[in-house]
Design a protein around this ligand. Sequence first.
Ligand code: ATP
Ligand code: MG
Length: 220
Amino acid sequence: MLDISNLSKSFFVSNHEISVLSNINLAINNNETVALKGPSGSGKTTLLNLITGIDQVSSGKILFENHDITLMDQANLSKFRRDNLGIVFQFFNLINDLSVFENVMLPLALMNLNLTKRAELAQTVLKSLNIHHKANVRTNLLSGGESQRVAIARALVTKPRLIVADEPTGNLDKNNTDTTIDLLLDSCKSNQTSLIMVSHDETLMRRFDKVYELNSGKLI
Ligand SMILES: Nc1ncnc2c1ncn2[C@@H]1O[C@H](COP(=O)(O)OP(=O)(O)OP(=O)(O)O)[C@@H](O)[C@H]1O
Ligand SMILES: [Mg+2]
């Protein structure tokens, strides 16, 4: 499904080139769950931002079903994300002026479904993440762990082809981490969704099909 080859990324900071990722090769198959680990600053979020087209590669290719996303313009990238991806950001990126329910409904707005069906899907996913009792609350009033569950609900609700999740359980207690990971992995298996997820939690990683580590810009 996703095939990354010879990918490198550098940033320029006051005319100095800082190489963050060098010559990364990574493939994610249909239905596969992949965990990504590595020390803070090793480039995990940077790699996810390249996969989602939020940031641009310095060199290399990212093929999603044989379409190179590094060659897409902004309009095609938006369409690619809308049609294929669910994204859980490290710092949630919820829309604070909207309620929990409205945030989770948002990605469904562009799909060809009637309002009743969309509301039903949003309710179901909020319920499965045990956050439905906050449905009408504005997201800036939520705790970190509650925000995290809403962010996961928003990524799951469209049953995407690929979920890209950046430490989606970083703010959760052990109980909520376990139930959330169960739900994420079960949903991926039953919806035939692939998953790439950043985590520092070694016990979680055993449950993934593959584990990669980023270190000094290289993938091992
Ligand atoms: N826009 C940018 N401009 C310059 N440097 C950047 C930029 N974005 C990221 N970096 C640098 O790239 C490196 C990797 O950052 P990244 O956020 O990918 O790390 P990470 O592995 O996700 O870390 P963490 O586990 O702390 O979230 C860091 O040294 C960071 O300072
Ligand atoms: Mg990060």
